[in-house]
Structure formats: C-alpha cells, structure tokens
Design a protein around this ligand. Structure first.
Ligand code: SF4
Length: 325
C-alpha cells in the first residue's frame, strides 16, 4: 500500500509586521548608538525568542519605569503606553524612545479625539492586555472595556446617541464583528471608528489561515502564549475547520502525536515571530515526512514604518559628528 501524500500548506502573509519590525530595529539601533544597557519597558514585542535575542545583545527588560536607573535610556514597547508612563519617564529624567506601533498610536488619537468631544468610548479588547491599558490611559473617564460579545450586557453609557466603539489592533476580526453587532442591538446609534482599528497584519494573517484551515488536519502557529494575534490565529484556524491547532514557540515543542495520521499540516506565525523560527518548524516537519511545502498567498505586504523620530534625530547627529571628526 502506498503512503498517503504528506504536505505542508504554508500561510503567507505570516510573521513580522511593520510595527514589530520597527520596534525590534529600534532596540537594535539604540544598542548600537548608545551602547548597552538599553532598558526596555515590557516585552518589546510578545515573543520569547525576540526578547531573549535582544537580552543577549544588552537590552534589559523591565516592567515599570521605576526599575530604570535615573538618566538611562528606555524604549517603550510596540503595544503603546498611557500618557502617565511618559510623565514618569520625564520625572526620572529618562531618555525615552517610543516604539509604539503607529497603528496603535492611531487608535490613541481616535480615543483622545472622541473623548474631547465627550463621547462614551467602548473599547473592544482583552482585559489586562498592555495595548488596552495604554489606550484606556488616554481617556480613562470616557473609555470602558468590552471584553468580547458576552461583556456587551455590562455596558452602561450616559447618552446612547453619543457612543463610539474602538478596538485593540490584534483581535479576531469575526469575534469583534459579533461584539459590534450585539452592541448595536443595544445601542442602535453606536458609531464606528473612522477606519479599521484591527490592523492590516492581524486581518491578513487571519484571512490566509481561514483559507487553508479547512484542508488541514492540524495547524501549527508559531508564536508565544502572550501574543494576542498568535493566539487568535489558532482560534481562527479551528473555527474555520482545521481538525486541530497548536501554538508553539519553537519547533522542538511539536509533539509527534499531533502529526499521527495527518496528511496536511498548515503552518503560520504571529506578527511578532521572525521567519527563522518558521523555517525550523518546516525542517522539523520535513524530517517527519512532511517535506512538500506549498506556500499559499492571499496578500503581499509592503508597508514599512520609519524609526521613532527621537532615535532618528540622535542617529543623524551621531553620523554628522562622525563625518566632522
Ligand atoms: S500587529 Fe499590527 S498594530 Fe501590532 S505592531 Fe504589528 S502592525 Fe502594529
């Protein structure tokens, strides 16, 4: 009897998004420019491998500004911070470099604008996530969190004709739409954000995994458990028909029993995952007979963001000093 054909469907787009790429480069360039150590408040991006690689180069990760020695350089993570975090940095005389993704900053601007117009803002997101804490900090008196469709019944607003919803950038597109639909049954005049808050990278990665999931016996997503967009990819794959789905940080975490009886394995990765980790997963699968890899592409991504202004300014000054000296 011939062995059934074993194959991998590799999702594209996957892995690094423009915001993560920029945040990681920010820490790398800061280390080159100012020398180690460079302090980073929170994980720069939610990925174990990225964090440990930067630690090896001299980055020191802290939870809060008070852990950073006065006068040192601190980088704020891609997920964004509340205004009070900038104030704390000023009080401690820290040199702050803000690596907040510009697409998160866009949501902060929306929150500030609607708060200034005295709207009640319903922020759809996950309680305790750094991005939600940062966005809520822009207008705490106006923002209330809606943590999924089941939280809709707890919403209380002052004026039902002056309410807008915003969202975390890394949510499940479908679940968010379900939350919005339920909100609208309670609040028919609810306004939508001026443009999508769920970012292009999150929705592109979910779209492609949905396309391949129905053909997959198992989907393996490379990403860390605290990475919202990576966790969502596994959920979306399962919701779209994958028979099983697993999140792994490294290839070595893949268990042989996940592959038992499988003929098609889907592979993707979250927006904070370098592609070398996906290549290691493919090598691991090839050793187990899944050597045929077909890349399935639903979008090309070309977006890039320039480094934070404060870092570019110092890089330019250093280059000018070198040229003069
Ligand atoms: S996932 Fe989206 S919002 Fe988050 S860093 Fe990447 S591009 Fe920015």
């Amino acid at each position: 009897m011939t062995e059934p054909r074993k194959r991998v469907l590799l999702a594209k787009p996957r892995g690094y998004c423009a915001g993560v790429d920029r945040a990681v480069q920010t820490v790398e360039e800061a280390l080159k420019l100012y020398g180690a150590p460079v302090y980073v408040r929170k994980q720069i991006v939610h990925n174990k491998h990225v964090v440990s690689t930067l630690e090896a180069r001299g980055a020191i990760f802290v939870e809060e500004n008070y852990e950073v020695p006065e006068g040192s350089t601190v980088v704020f993570s891609a997920h964004g911070v509340a205004p009070e975090v900038h104030e704390q940095a000023r009080e401690r005389n820290l040199k702050a470099i803000d690596a907040t993704c510009p697409l998160v900053t866009k949501v902060h601007h929306e929150a500030k604008r609607f708060a200034a117009e005295d709207y009640d803002i319903l922020l759809i997101g996950h309680e305790g996530h750094e991005e939600v804490i940062g966005t809520s900090g822009e207008a705490p008196a106006h923002i209330q969190l809606v943590d999924g469709p089941d939280d809709v019944e707890n919403v209380v607003v002052r004026d039902p004709s002056k309410v807008v919803w915003l969202s975390q950038t890394t949510l499940s597109v479908d679940e968010t739409m379900e939350t919005v639909a339920r909100l609208k049954t309670r609040l028919p005049l609810l306004q939508s954000p001026p443009s999508d808050d769920i970012c292009y990278a999150t929705s592109n990665r979910q779209h492609v995994i949905k396309e391949i999931a129905p053909d997959c016996d198992v989907v393996i997503v490379v990403g860390s458990t605290n990475s919202s967009n990576s966790v969502r990819l596994v959920e979306v794959a399962l919701g779209a028909g994958a028979r099983a789905g697993h999140l792994v940080d490294y290839a070595a975490e893949i268990q042989d029993e996940w592959l038992a009886g499988a003929t098609t394995v889907g592979v993707s990765s979250g927006a904070s995952v370098p592609d070398e980790l996906v290549m290691e997963v493919l090598a691991h699968l090839a050793e187990r007979g899944f050597g045929e890899v077909t890349e399935y592409t639903t979008a090309e991504e070309r977006l890039t963001f320039s480094l934070p202004q404060e870092l570019r300014r110092d890089m330019k000054a250093a280059a000018a000093a070198r040229a003069a000296g």
